[in-house]
Design a protein. Structure first.
Length: 356
């Protein structure tokens, strides 16, 4: 059996939610569990996050999986419905829906079903989803006239640069306030980075995703630096060790050439398991309490590491690809991406285990 495994720490997830509540004590928490709980497994993370006020998902399928697992919380469909045929499913699953586009409004005006709870979304400057900010008052009136729209709505917007020191954050906040101050509605703006950095954006609901899994998007800061615990530990084992001579080429395409005699180790983990292939010589792994560097290209099932300074480490030794000993943010940086992409990218053949 392959030793590749992802260990999911449920108590870390619970503790991270408690830490979010401390940051935003007056706000409800919409726990974002899209993309299979950022790769951690949607049902298990929803269980660990049972203290959340609602869950946020990106697809009807994810919502159905949660309902099938017995989840009774409010579930918010973050992109809402795509077609009129979605509406009966939304009612059957009792979902809240983000409303972000005039096409969705048109579908609602032709629909005669029971009232759906909506989260109208305003585009305050990200230019992805949302109604134009100057449409808010009109939208509010339009929705008030529809019998298939619940009176209770949470109005929301999403930030483009919450993890950066950009003046655009203040621009988006001003736009959101200008659009919604007079509506007297519950509001939501903050993702993880804004929950951490901008208390003025907490409003009635915060919407953390990454922080719940101990992940940071803030450059140069790990989740642990910010007081959050990593929830995923990815590990495997050393399956071969060999000595090579100067001039030896390591792995595909000869991208690493030994300059002196080296001891190298082969780890049973590759891009077929979700290790980023773009990480190359210079990325690191944790092994036997120390950090070893990757050598050459990552293969589908294997990667090579430098054990020259670790003569005592042999076949069978446990290797942590990321986790509490080696922050996922560090691996992500070596691969030119963010931690979220790595946790989302762990593949089906990796064995998931839970720790309580
Ligand atoms: C994914 C998402 C979030 C969570 O973002 P994080 O950076 O993971 O906290 C919040 N709101 C919306 C609308 C999202 O799509």
């Amino acid at each position: 059996m392959r030793a590749a495994q992802a260990q999911i720490n449920l108590s870390a997830i619970r503790a991270n939610l408690a830490a979010v509540r401390e940051l935003a004590p007056r706000s409800k928490v919409l726990a974002i569990v899209k993309a299979d709980g950022y790769g951690h497994g949607i049902v298990r993370v929803a269980g660990a996050l049972s203290d959340a006020d609602a869950y946020g998902v990106a697809s009807l399928d994810d919502a159905a999986v949660l309902r099938d697992a017995g989840v009774r919380h409010r579930i918010v469909l973050l992109s809402g419905f795509d077609a009129p045929a979605d509406l009966p499913h939304i009612r059957a699953l009792d979902l809240d829906c983000v409303l972000h586009d005039p096409s969705q409004l048109a579908m609602l005006t032709h629909d005669r079903g029971s009232a759906i709870r909506l989260w109208p979304k305003i585009d305050t400057g990200m230019h992805r989803l949302g109604f134009a900010a100057d449409q808010a008052t009109m939208l509010r009136a339009t929705l008030a006239a529809l019998s298939n729209v619940a009176a209770e709505q949470v109005w929301m917007s999403h930030l483009a640069s919450a993890d950066m020191d950009s003046g655009h954050n203040a621009v988006q906040l001003r736009s959101f306030c200008a659009a919604t101050d007079a509506l007297n509605v519950p509001r939501s703006m903050a993702n993880s980075a804004a929950t951490l950095r901008f208390p003025a954006m907490h409003f009635d609901w915060v919407r953390p995703g990454g922080l719940l899994y101990g992940l940071s998007t803030i450059a140069g800061r790990t989740g642990a630096d910010l007081g959050f615990q990593p929830a995923m530990r990815v590990s495997s084992r050393l399956i071969a060790v060999k000595d090579v001579q100067p001039g030896a080429r390591i792995g595909y395409a000869e991208t690493f050439v030994a300059e002196h005699p080296m001891r190298i180790g082969i780890v049973g983990f590759g891009y077929g398991d979700g290790y980023p292939r773009r990480a190359d010589t210079g990325s690191t792994v944790w092994i036997a309490g120390r950090i070893a560097r990757l050598l050459g290209r990552v293969s589908m099932d294997l990667l090579c590491i430098d054990l020259s300074a670790m003569p005592d480490v042999g076949v069978g030794a446990e290797v942590e690809l990321w986790g509490s000993n080696l922050p996922v943010e560090q691996v992500a940086e070596a691969a030119g991406t963010i931690s979220y992409e790595l946790t989302c990218g762990i593949t089906r053949r990796v064995r998931f285990v839970e720790s309580a």
